[in-house]
Design a protein around this ligand. Sequence first.
Ligand SMILES: Cc1cc2nc3c(=O)[nH]c(=O)nc-3n(C[C@H](O)[C@H](O)[C@H](O)COP(=O)(O)O)c2cc1C
Length: 162
Amino acid sequence: MKRILIYYSLEGHTRFVARRVAGHLGCDLFALETVKPYPSSGFMKFFIAGRDAMFHWKVALQQPLPDLSAYDQVLLATPVWAETVSSPLYSYVKRTDFTGKDLYLVATCSGGPTKKCFATIKRNVHDAHVKGEISFVNASEEQWKDEEALVEFCRSIQESGS
Ligand SMILES: Cc1cc2nc3c(=O)[nH]c(=O)nc-3n(C[C@H](O)[C@H](O)[C@H](O)COP(=O)(O)O)c2cc1C
């Protein structure tokens, strides 16, 4: 059973979780990068990134992207932006054929709802099976308190793939 975790992270929270999950699963890890970087601070960060997410605008991603043909399970991880999926992860989902893959979704946020984020991804993955989802609030090395939930999530992925 081959797995890959593909994520986008602007400020490091999703990267932190993605690395932990990939460490537990021993799976491949791939970071999406935008061609044009988002502002990483201040009003413009919220304005531009929030706007792109809200309107589901697609952004150009750096190439190459991973070849998924060898993978049975694909994990997708994103920050929540404007209550929905970040534009880079959305852009990746829109351009990728996940047919026949088992998908697991991971979101990080600062405490707001994640329902729309997961629903938007699910609506766009077509012939894939979304088999699990999990979200983490304020995920960082300093404030980490969700190891148990993360380990349980990884265990469920391993069991479903064995
Ligand atoms: C543009 C923007 C919009 C955001 N919108 C939300 C939101 O609607 N709900 C929420 O809980 N957190 C929101 N956040 C906070 C991020 O989801 C949270 O800090 C996340 O863990 C960041 O992940 P990253 O560090 O990997 O980029 C927003 C952050 C940004 C930059």
